[in-house]
Structures are given as C-alpha cells and as structure tokens.
Ligand binder design. Structure first.
Ligand code: 8YV
Length: 317
C-alpha cells in the first residue's frame, strides 16, 4: 500500500504532482468539503504532509495525524510550524533551503526599481490614456534614481545576501541588521532596524519572522524618512502594518513594494488605494524554475523520511 500524504497547499508543477501521485496516496485537504470527517477517517493513514512556508501546519492538525513522520515545507520559512512540538513527536520538518534564493532576490530588486521609478504607476497612466490626453512631460511626476541608493537589509540569510550582491552591482552602498554581526560580510552592521533605517534610502526586509514580529514599525519609518522606500519579500508580520499604512498616507516615507502581508490574501484597502505602493500576491518564489526545484526537494524529503532516514533538510530530527 502506498503511504498517505496530506497536501495543505497546491503544487503547481505537473511533473512533481505526477510523481507524488505515483509514489503516494495523495489527499488534498483544501479540496475536502468535510475536513473534520476526512481527518477522523483518514488521519491515521497520513505519514507525510506538504504545506507552504507561510501556511505551515497547526499543532491541532498535527495532533490528528498520529502516524505523521514528516512535514515537508514547500518553501523556506518555517515560522508557521511549531518546531518544538514536531521535535518532541519525532516529526521531521523540512524546507527547500537554497532553492528560491535567486528568484526572491530578483523580485526584491524588481520591487525596489518599480517603487523608485514608478513603473507600475506609469503603466496605469499609459493604460488609462492619460499620457495621450496630456503629453506635456511635466504631467507625469518625476521618479527617483535607484542606482547608488543606500540599501539597508534586514536579515542577512541567503536571500538578504543575494539582494546585497544585486544592489551592490547597481552601485548601492549596503548595510544590514540581523540578530548578530556576520564576520564574513564586508558591509556595515547596525544592531537595530531604527539605526539601519536612519542611514538608508531603501530598506529591504529579508528576515525570518519567528524572532522578528512587528520590528518594522513607526520608529523605523520615521528614521527612514520621507524620501525612503520599503520593500518586503519576507513575511508580512515583520511589519506593523497599521504603522506602515499611516507612514505612507502621511508621506512620512516615499513608497513601498510589498509581496507579503499580515493576513494574506487580504491586503489592507488603503495600501491598494495608494499609487506609490507596488503590490504582489506573495509570488517571489513563483517561477517555473524555482517551483520545480522546490518540488524536487519536497519529493526528496518525503522519500528520505518515509524510508526511515533523517531527511537532509530536516530542522527537527
Ligand atoms: C512560498 C514562502 O510562497 O518560502 C517561503 O517561506 O513563503 C514562499 O516561498 C510558499 O512557501 C509557497 O509554497
């Protein structure tokens, strides 16, 4: 009999879904109408779970899966899984470390350039026919130069470092904050986000959220100042979202590029209304290349755990 796998979020790469179906009995919880009955009847047959980084799995659900051996996160954030609980039950929690670094860093740079240069706002002007109505170049506001901006990075893991390398190629001086200074990095370290923001023109949030909830708040926005930009490609909850809305509304910062939000997929209405805010639907890792690589790592983690070994990417076993 094939082992039972419970999928909590979709896999969008057909070759990966096909291999999963070949190897396992795959149940998609998000397609079940009566989840409670399904879990009561099938919970004991589930040996592996697949979920997304920001969706994770609750302890309540893990408790209904008595034979669970592995939670394979199709992402790098493990903030939505209680690792201590998993460890205590001997459940391997794996992630796709390294698979999405380049794409997430690319989107961070895309959002930086878009917010500074007003690419999305300009697109809206052209589509609405406003350029043709008023071809006077002064009718469209000037934007800001990205090259050479002082970029402050919050979180110098794989993604933060990849953003730094890209921004440096644009002539941007880099500085960073993290839980501690990293001796292998040539960039100045600040031990808190307020001081980092004070010396930056743009802040890029690339930190894991588990120890950093709400650290980007009004004090950080005020230190960044009215010409400063914020880009978040990490987790919505790093930011105090109401403070961000007020800072943007009152012109205390210049703009924001956001791929992630506190209560996804709900994006606060004021953010959707502002022209100096560029919005994405949590898509930084959503390329065919990266999602294929992530899917391969999920397959490998499931196979390693269900063969009785310790998965290479396990954080808990
Ligand atoms: C994904 C993420 O969107 O890696 C993460 O932690 O949040 C994203 O890459 C998500 O995991 C999709 O499954």
């Amino acid at each position: 009999m094939k082992p039972g796998i419970l999928q909590l979020s979709p896999i969008l790469i057909p070759s990966v879904s096909e291999r999963l179906a070949d190897l396992y009995t795959v149940h998609r919880l998000f397609e079940q109408d009566d989840k409670a009955t399904f879990l009561r009847e099938m919970g004991a047959s589930i040996r592996g779970v697949i979920s997304g980084g920001h969706t994770g799995i609750s302890n309540e659900l893990m408790a209904q899966l008595p034979n669970l051996q592995v939670v394979a996160i199709n992402g790098v954030g493990t903030d939505a899984v209680d690792l201590a609980y998993a460890r205590q039950r001997g459940i391997a929690v794996t992630a796709t470390f390294g698979a999405l670094t380049e794409d997430v860093a690319d989107l961070a740079i895309g959002l930086l350039i878009d917010t500074c240069r007003g690419i999305s706002a300009g697109d809206r002007i052209v589509r609405a026919g406003l350029w043709a109505q008023n071809p006077n170049p002064g009718a469209i506001p000037l934007s800001r130069r990205f090259s050479g901006m002082r970029v402050g990075i919050v979180g110098m893991g794989r993604v933060g470092r990849a953003v730094a390398a890209r921004a440096a190629a644009f002539g941007c001086p880099i500085s960073y904050t993290d839980l501690k200074r990293m001796d292998d990095l040539p960039y100045p370290f600040l031990d808190n986000p307020v001081d980092l923001a004070r010396g930056s023109d743009a802040l890029v949030l690339a930190a894991a959220a588990d120890k950093a909830e709400g650290i980007i708040d009004a004090a950080v926005f005020d230190a960044l100042g009215k010409d400063g930009f914020v880009v978040n490609i990490a987790r919505g909850k790093l930011v105090n979202e109401p403070d961000l809305v007020v800072a943007l509304q009152e012109g205390r910062i210049a703009g924001a590029g956001l791929d992630v939000f506190v209560d996804e997929p709900h994006v606060p209405a004021p953010l959707r209304a502002m022209d100096n805010v560029v919005l994405q639907a949590h898509r930084a890792s959503a390329t065919v290349e990266t999602r294929t690589a992530m899917g391969e790592m999920v397959l490998a983690s499931l196979a390693q755990a269900l063969a009785g070994g310790r998965p290479e990417m396990s954080l808990t076993t």
